[in-house]
Design a protein around this ligand. Structure first.
Ligand code: NAP
Length: 250
C-alpha cells in the first residue's frame, strides 16, 4: 500500500498532481478548504481510478489548528509515499504599509509554516521507511522582488531555501525533497477575488508564457522520481529568466 497526501488538491496544480498520483498510489488524500470543490475533485479522480481510495480533508492551512490537524494525519500514515505541499494563493494590489496585514500573515503561515511542519512530519515517516518524496511548490516569484509582491516573493523564496536545506538533511535516507518553481500556469490562481484586482495585468501576459498544469506536474513528478536536481524550473524560458535573475541580484 502507498499513500499520497496533497494540499491545495481541489484545483489547478494540486488537482493535476492528484490525477497523476492516483495512478501510482492506493490512497490519495485531497486537502483544501472548500468541501464542495474537494468532493468534485474526488468524483473526477474516481472516474480515472474507480478502485482508488480517495479521502478528502477540509483544512485551512493559514491557521495553526489546521496545520496541526493535517500534521497528525501525516504522522499517522505509515505508508506515506508522496507529500505534496502545494496549497497557496496570491494577493493582488497589496502595497506595504497599506496592505491587509492579516492576509499577509495568512500567506506567511500557508506558504511557510504549513510547508515546514508537513515536510517535518512526512520526513519522519519516510525516513523510517527509507523511501518517499516531499514535493514543495514555490514559484519563479522566489527569484524576484518588487512593488506589490513583498509577501508572495518572500514566502516562495523561503520554500526554495527550506527545501534545498531539507534535501541536504535527507541525503542518504532514501527520501527525496524537491521544490517546483513554475512561472505562469493556467489554474484558478489568477481568478480568485483577491487576484482579480490585477486582472488587466494578467490579460497582457502573452500566451507563450503560460504553461499547462498537467505538463508542469508531469515534469515535477519525473524530477522527483528520476532527476538529480532539487529545484525544478519548468520550461526553457523560465529557466533562462531564473538563471539571469539569480546572477543579477542573488
Ligand atoms: N498558477 C500559477 O501561475 C502559479 C505559478 C507559480 C506558483 N504557483 C503556486 O502553485 C500552487 C498551487 O496554485 P494553483 O496555481 O494550482 O492555484 P489554484 O488553482 O487557485 O489552487 C490553489 C489550491 O490551494 C488551496 N488553498 C488556498 N488557500 C488555502 C488554505 N489557506 N488552506 C488550504 N488550502 C488552501 C485551494 O483550495 P481552497 O481555496 O478550497 O482552500 C486550491 O485547492 C500555489 O502554491 C501557488 O503559489 C502557481
Amino acid at each position: 500500500m502507498s499513500t499520497a497526501i496533497i494540499t491545495g488538491a481541489s484545483s489547478g496544480l494540486g488537482l493535476a498532481y492528484a490525477k497523476q498520483l492516483v495512478k501510482k498510489n492506493d490512497v490519495v488524500v485531497l486537502c483544501a478548504r472548500n468541501e464542495e470543490r474537494l468532493a468534485k475533485a474526488k468524483e473526477e479522480l474516481l472516474l480515472l481510478a474507480p478502485d482508488a481510495q480517495i479521502e478528502t480533508i477540509s483544512v485551512d492551512l493559514s491557521t495553526f489548528e489546521g496545520i496541526d490537524a493535517l500534521a497528525n494525519r501525516v504522522a499517522s500514515t505509515p505508508d506515506l509515499e508522496w507529500m505534496i505541499n502545494n496549497a497557496g494563493f496570491g494577493l493582488g494590489g497589496q502595497i506595504y504599509p497599506d496592505n491587509d496585514i492579516k492576509r499577509s500573515t495568512d500567506m506567511l503561515v500557508t506558504h511557510c509554516a504549513a510547508v515546514e511542519r508537513l515536510s517535518y512530519e512526512a520526513a519522519k515517516v519516510m525516513k523510517a521507511n527509507g523511501r518517499g518524496y516531499i514535493l514543495n511548490t514555490s514559484s519563479v516569484g522566489a527569484f524576484f522582488f518588487g512593488k506589490g509582491s513583498v509577501d508572495y516573493c518572500s514566502t516562495k523564496a523561503y520554500v526554495v531555501s527550506f527545501t534545498r536545506g531539507l534535501a541536504c538533511d535527507l541525503k542518504g535516507t532514501g527520501v527525496r525533497a524537491v521544490v517546483l518553481c513554475p512561472g505562469f500556469v493556467r489554474t484558478g490562481f489568477h481568478s480568485t477575488p483577491e487576484m482579480l484586482i490585477d486582472k488587466d495585468l494578467y490579460g497582457k501576459i502573452p500566451n507563450w508564457l503560460w504553461m499547462d498544469a498537467d505538463w508542469v506536474v508531469k515534469k515535477a513528478i519525473r524530477c522527483a522520481e528520476h532527476g538529480s536536481t532539487v529545484m525544478l524550473v519548468p520550461s526553457i524560458v523560465y529557466k533562462c529568466a531564473v538563471f539571469f535573475l539569480r546572477r543579477l541580484w542573488l
